[in-house]
Design a protein around this ligand. Structure first.
Ligand SMILES: [Zn+2]
Ligand SMILES: [Zn+2]
Ligand SMILES: [Zn+2]
Length: 160
C-alpha cells in the first residue's frame, strides 16, 4: 500500500517549505543558476500550501506582505525560471502553479487535484508516462511533454 501523500494529511507544513527552499538553493548552486531574492520569494509563496497558486495571487501577496510593487512581467519571468528548472509545475486546469516535491531530475507531473480543497497531490509514476508515450507512439505521435491532471476528492475531503 502506498502511504498517504503528505499533501492530503495534517502535517507541519513549515518543514515542506523549508526543505523545498533548501533543495532549490542546492539545485541552483549545483547548476550555476541564480536564485534571486524575488525568484526565491515567489517559490516560497507557491509553497505556502499544497494548493496551486495563480500568478495574480502571488502578485497580491507580494504587494500586501512585502510592500513590493512587483510588475506582473517580473513575476511571470520568475515563474518561468522556476518552471524551466523544474522547481514548480503548472496546473493548466487551474491556471496556477504548485511546488514540485522532487525537483532535481526530469519528470512528468501527474496530479490528483481535489475539487473541494484544491490540494494538488503530485504522483511520480513512470508507468503512467510510459503508457502515454507508448499509446502516442502507436498513432505516430511524439510526446514532448505531459502534465496529467486528475480531478476528484482527497482523503481528507471525502465524507466531509
Ligand atoms: Zn506541506
Ligand atoms: Zn514534480
Ligand atoms: Zn481535499
Amino acid at each position: 500500500m502506498p502511504k498517504t501523500p503528505i499533501a492530503s494529511r495534517p502535517h507541519d507544513h513549515s518543514h515542506c517549505v523549508h526543505s523545498a527552499l533548501s533543495e532549490a538553493d542546492a539545485l541552483c548552486a549545483r547548476q550555476g543558476l541564480r536564485l534571486t531574492a524575488l525568484r526565491r520569494r515567489v517559490l516560497e509563496l507557491v509553497w505556502q500550501s499544497h494548493k496551486p497558486l495563480g500568478a495574480y495571487d502571488i502578485l497580491a501577496v507580494l504587494s500586501e506582505q512585502d510592500g513590493r510593487r512587483a510588475a506582473p512581467p517580473t513575476v511571470y519571468r520568475a515563474l518561468d525560471f522556476l518552471l524551466e528548472n523544474g522547481l514548480v509545475h503548472r496546473i493548466s486546469s487551474l491556471n496556477s502553479f504548485v511546488g514540485c516535491n522532487h525537483p532535481g531530475h526530469v519528470h512528468q507531473g501527474q496530479f490528483l487535484i481535489c475539487r473541494a480543497c484544491h490540494a494538488a497531490i503530485e504522483l511520480e509514476q513512470a508507468s503512467i508516462s510510459d503508457a502515454i508515450i507508448g499509446s502516442a507512439k502507436d498513432v505516430g505521435f511524439v510526446v514532448e511533454g505531459q502534465t496529467v491532471e486528475v480531478v476528484g476528492l482527497c482523503s481528507g475531503c471525502q465524507g466531509a
